[in-house]
Design a protein around this ligand. Structure first.
Ligand code: ARG
Length: 548
């Protein structure tokens, strides 16, 4: 279903011969949209823009959609939608099960790689961002009808397990009593042990070889570490209220059996070459090559990602790959995509994107660190926010702060500002939803029950009503934009503006105290706004409370 704005634009386009570049009017007295196309055409044709505008207006018949067009100043065309047309558009959106959001004709299989914490380490603030952003992408892409496959690329393989397992032996540690926080302490002890003790370092290396060779006693401890970590991660996901489940875990180790074949394939075709004992792929534009196998015969992060990509394209049928990590990994992914294209693992019709996000900064404007100098744990952040507000509100605060600025930018974690119920915050949007819900509840108690399927708006005369209606019908276009450009801050900005229009509407237009027909229409407008706020918040992964 094309939106009202799109229909309007294409009708003008047909007559003017060029894109009318409709802009929202800057002031209510200028109508709803402004079209400056006459100025552009006038300049091109060496004619007076006002003359061009007059001609255009005479040729346009938009009376089924708009009030008579007005020409202002040097040749601006001011467009005002007819109130009944606007009202009709709002009710159609209200009745539509997708809130007007256009469903893709051919659902795309989209793989989103996000969260991806590392075993035996608690999730830190980078994983928090990845989890929240990835969750939002998953929700938005599902909303436009895509088939979303989340992949949690858990770091469960690598050299660190050698030292962890040796340390467990040295300490004769009881693994049944170990939890994720304990495992992380163990990690720190093993690490400092490694730095101090050459002989321990040798044992750790030998242990990695044993693990990779599938030694049963070693594997048993490794598996136990995975379990402990998985329990810890699951608790955090539950606390965050994200969609990720155990089924979405596709950990690094799950690709082990593919690595040898990938190395052989790329070496046979001359794409990979030996370089000081390592098997690597040189990619134009990058200083360092991608490493498939190091000189000790070990496989690492790069080749595992090549295998994961292949699995996603060949086995999962992905046509769009999205990776969500810290911006510092950008080069890794650019190189990965280049290698995969060279190898033919990533066909031209599959789109691959890395969405890199900025750092979360502490109050002093430097990257958030604990007193010990390690990255802040996610649970600490949640605790800080919950010290200011209820869990539901604290979560809204964090998620909104994470999503409302351009992802690439760093942002300052300021629990007080983020949890405020005024200003551009998650709690403010929740409050807007709670307030409109309250009005609807009270009206319902007074006998005005709104049924979405039959509700209609008969009167929409006030500018504040009209501009709220106009905001509302902009929702589908914003969702479509976020789905294609992966820019959640646009949705946040839209919802904030919607909430602001809603409060402007309350100021100008009494709802429950209005005379019956107007009251009814305004209640339907409230209901439509409640619906879009709730849906929009849901796409951000934020709860929409009935009361606050
Ligand atoms: N485990 C990695 C980290 O914590 C992130 C993995 C991202 N995904 C991937 N396919 N490389 O930095």
């Amino acid at each position: 279903m094309a939106s009202l704005t799109e229909i309007l634009a294409s009708r003008i386009h047909a007559v003017a011969g060029v894109d009318p570049e409709l802009r929202p009017a800057t002031k209510p007295q200028f109508g709803h949209f402004q079209c400056n196309v006459a100025l552009r055409l006038g300049a091109e044709q060496g004619r007076k823009p006002r003359e061009v505008a007059t001609e255009l207006v005479a040729a346009l018949d938009l009376s089924d959609l708009c009030e008579p067009l007005e020409i202002a100043g040097p040749g601006f065309i001011n467009i005002r939608l007819r109130p009944d047309v606007l009202a009709q558009a709002v009710t159609e959106q209200l009745r539509d099960s997708h809130h007007g959001v256009e469903q893709t004709a051919h659902p795309t299989v989209v793989v989103i790689d996000y969260s991806s914490p590392n075993v035996a380490k608690q999730m830190h603030v980078g994983h928090l961002r990845s989890t929240i952003i990835g969750d939002c992408f998953a929700r938005v892409l599902k909303a436009v009808g895509d088939t979303v496959i989340p992949q949690n690329h858990v770091g469960d393989w690598g050299r660190q397990f050698g030292m962890l397992i040796e340390q467990i032996f040295d300490e004769d540690l009881d693994l049944d009593a170990l939890d994720l926080a304990g495992a992380e302490q163990l990690y720190l002890r093993a690490n400092s042990h490694l730095n101090q003790d050459e002989q321990f370092a040798d044992r750790a290396r030998a242990r990695v070889v044993a693990l990779q060779a599938g030694d049963e006693a070693t594997m048993a401890i490794w598996r136990r570490l995975l379990e402990i970590s998985a329990d810890g991660f699951a608790q955090t996901y539950a606390r965050l209220g994200v969609l990720l489940t155990d089924e979405d875990v596709a950990a690094e180790s799950s690709y082990n059996s593919m690595l040898q074949a990938i190395c052989d394939d790329l070496a046979d075709r001359g794409i990979a070459v030996m370089d000081s004992g390592a098997l690597v792929v040189f990619v134009p534009g990058f200083d360092a090559p991608a490493i498939l196998r190091n000189s000790a015969g070990g496989y690492g992060y790069d080749v595992t990602d090549v295998a994961a990509l292949r699995h996603r394209v060949d086995d999962l049928g992905a046509k769009r790959l999205i990776y969500v990590t810290d911006a510092r990994q950008h080069d890794h992914f650019m190189k990965l995509f280049a290698v995969a294209r060279l190898a033919g693992y990533l066909p031209d019709d599959v789109e691959a994107t890395h969405v890199g996000f900025g750092a979360v900064l502490g109050p002093d404007g430097t990257p958030f660190k604990t007193r010990e100098g390690t990255a802040v744990h996610l649970d600490d952040l949640l605790d800080q926010a919950e010290a200011q507000a209820s869990p539901e509100v604290a979560l809204a605060a964090i998620k909104y702060a994470d999503l409302s600025t351009q992802l690439q930018k760093d942002y300052v974690f300021d629990a007080t500002r983020m949890t405020a119920t005024t200003g551009d915050t998650g709690p403010y949007l929740q409050y807007a939803h709670a307030r409109v819900s309250r009005i609807l509840r009270l009206a319902e108690a007074e006998g005005d029950v709104i049924d979405d399927a039959t509700a209609t708006i008969s009167a929409l005369k006030q500018p504040a009503e009209q501009s709220l209606a106009l905001e509302l019908i902009g929702f589908p276009a914003v969702v479509a934009e976020v789905a294609s450009a992966l820019t959640p801050h646009k949705l946040c900005g839209y919802l904030y503006s919607l909430a602001t229009h809603l409060s402007g509407f309350y100021e100008q237009c009494p709802v429950r105290k209005a005379e019956p027909e107007v009251r009814r229409s305004r209640l339907v407008l409230c209901r439509a706004t409640q619906q879009v706020l709730a849906e929009g918040l849901d796409l951000l992964g934020i709860a929409a409370p009935q009361a606050m």
